[in-house]
Ligand binder design. Structure first.
Ligand SMILES: *Cc1c(COP(=O)(O)O)cnc(C)c1O
Length: 492
């Protein structure tokens, strides 16, 4: 909708002297601007927009209409688990009774500590591990924390030679990054044509310098790593620990458990699997779980339940230290609690299984039009390698239609784009994760549109190559946007 507010900054709508709100009169007697010390006063007036209320309301409402979220439409962004976030969770996490401030005595926050402990216990049960910390703020932060657990484990045993972390080449980019930040050197292991870890490529990497191996399961291609028990044995035999990147836990819920597969440490993304709105970078929570014998290494503070049923905070001397402000992103933990209780033990496995069914339904329906590099059952997501050659996807042909073109054309049809050009194993990767929360009608509509785009790519290439046509802003120069970001209105 192109109106006078459209595409303008609030500063550009400003008119000197317009007012939308009156501040209350200064009520503290004896104090005024004049009583402030000179050094604390501004030397110039602040530049603030001056707008009437209606302008402000229209400006922000128009802006929100330009946004795309799970509440707007289908959001099949792979590796992100953009499931619907029940509004009930939002209500509950804003209840005023939750009190989790570090200077509040523990006897006044028993309810909050109980909630933390129950989430911790439920995650331990779901994962087949002994104990979780809910303190880390995100998946990558959980990885770093988990790798610090692995590091502390080796160092506290006096084993100082373990400097390597093995990471598959299909891993999420955060895996090697977290290992590097934790002070390890990263060694890459190759994948087989079926997308799983190449055990023969792994064997020569093993030795007394291996601290551990990170695995994602299902991996970033949506494929179950069926060699895990063998890999875990190899890593354990050489003295390393197994780390599970559990950001893809959604399809495994109530079906199988990382602890039973031989993993020692893992993280879970609450903001993916256990529902929290997380577009645009936040808020998140990346709890870290450990097997029996590693609990004391988890970050401080830990929440523990005493014999008398009271909850307390534990600061363990052997702990790797603190990784967050107090007990982490508490509102996300409350949302998780609400989500777990509303599904219940019977329905949690249903979420996982439906996410697998939905992904396979889309994959099978579209593989006639899009290249499927790895056949067979996928878990919650899968990857196409662009359009089939007969639909203009042949990348030996210079004017071929790319994955980027398909993603941009989807925007014209009101869908968020899938993940593109990740994982890096394929030239034209297009990664789709529908989640369990979409209806069959929505999946069918998406399938129909994807087929329509394939036909357009075959019959009217230029139209797809110049998409999007109906969005407020056409195709952006992504590189320029990253290299020359403009954050202030002055630079426009
Ligand atoms: C999302 C994701 C991460 C990182 O999680 P953040 O919360 O974004 O830091 C790590 N690994 C995998 C497989 C993921 O999908």
């Amino acid at each position: 909708m192109n109106n006078v507010y459209y595409g303008k900054l609030i500063f550009e709508l400003s008119k000197s002297g317009r007012v939308g709100y009156s501040l209350p009169k200064q009520e503290i007697s004896g104090y005024s601007i004049d009583s402030l010390p000179e050094g604390l006063k501004r030397s110039q007036r602040t530049i603030l927009p001056e707008c009437d209320e209606l302008t402000v309301v229209r400006h922000y409402t128009n802006m929100s209409n330009n946004n795309f979220g799970v509440d707007t439409g289908f959001y099949p962004l792979g590796s992100c688990t953009m499931k619907y976030n029940p509004k009930l969770n939002e209500e509950l996490c804003s209840l005023p009774g939750f009190n989790c401030h570090p200077s509040v005595p523990t006897e006044y926050m028993q309810g909050s500590l109980k909630l933390y402990d129950e989430v911790q216990k439920t995650l331990s049960e779901i994962a087949g591990l002994s104990r979780f910390t809910l303190n880390p703020y995100a998946g990558a932060h959980g990885e770093l924390t988990g790798l610090m657990v692995i590091k502390s484990y080796h160092l506290q045993r006096g084993d100082t030679l373990r400097t390597k972390i093995i990471v598959p080449n299909s891993a999420h980019g955060t895996n090697p990054a977290s290992a590097a930040v934790a002070g390890f050197s990263v060694v890459e292991v190759k994948s087989l044509p079926d997308g799983t870890v190449d055990v023969e490529d792994l064997k020569p990497l093993l030795g007394p310098d291996v601290a551990g191996m990170m695995m994602t399961n299902p991996n970033t291609l949506g494929i179950f790593e069926h060699n895990i028990p063998g890999i875990a044995r190899l890593i354990h035999e050489c003295g390393g620990l197994m780390y599970y990147d559990g950001a893809n836990l959604n399809p495994m819920l109530g079906v199988c458990r990382p602890g039973d597969m031989g993993f020692d440490v893992m993280h879970i993304n609450l903001h993916k699997t256990f529902s929290t709105p997380h577009g645009g970078g936040g808020p998140g929570s990346g709890p870290v779980g450990v097997r029996k014998g590693l609990e004391h290494l988890l970050p401080n503070p830990q929440v523990v339940r005493n014999e008398d049923g009271k909850y307390n905070l534990l600061f363990d001397e052997k702990s790797l230290g603190s990784v967050s402000f107090f007990l982490g992103n508490f509102a996300v933990i409350i949302r998780t609690y609400a989500y777990l209780l509303s599904l219940g033990k019977e329905n949690i496995p249903m979420a996982g299984k439906l996410s697998v069914l939905n992904a396979n339904y889309i994959k099978e329906s579209l593989k006639s039009h899009y290249l499927l590099p790895i056949e067979g059952l996928c878990k919650h997501e899968f990857v196409f390698d662009g359009l089939c050659p007969e639909y203009g996807g042949d990348h030996h042909d210079e004017g071929h239609v790319t994955t980027l073109d398909v993603a941009k054309r989807l925007l014209d049809y009101g869908f968020h784009a899938p993940t593109i050009y990740f994982p890096l194993l394929f030239h034209e990767a297009l990664m789709i994760e529908p989640t369990e929360t979409e209806s069959k009608d929505m999946l069918d509509e998406f399938i129909e549109v994807m087929k329509k785009i394939a036909l357009e790519a075959r019959d009217n290439r230029e139209m797809v190559r110049t998409a999007p046509h109906d969005t407020p802003i056409r195709r952006l120069d992504d590189v320029k946007a990253v290299k020359e970001p403009k954050f202030t209105f002055k630079s426009l």
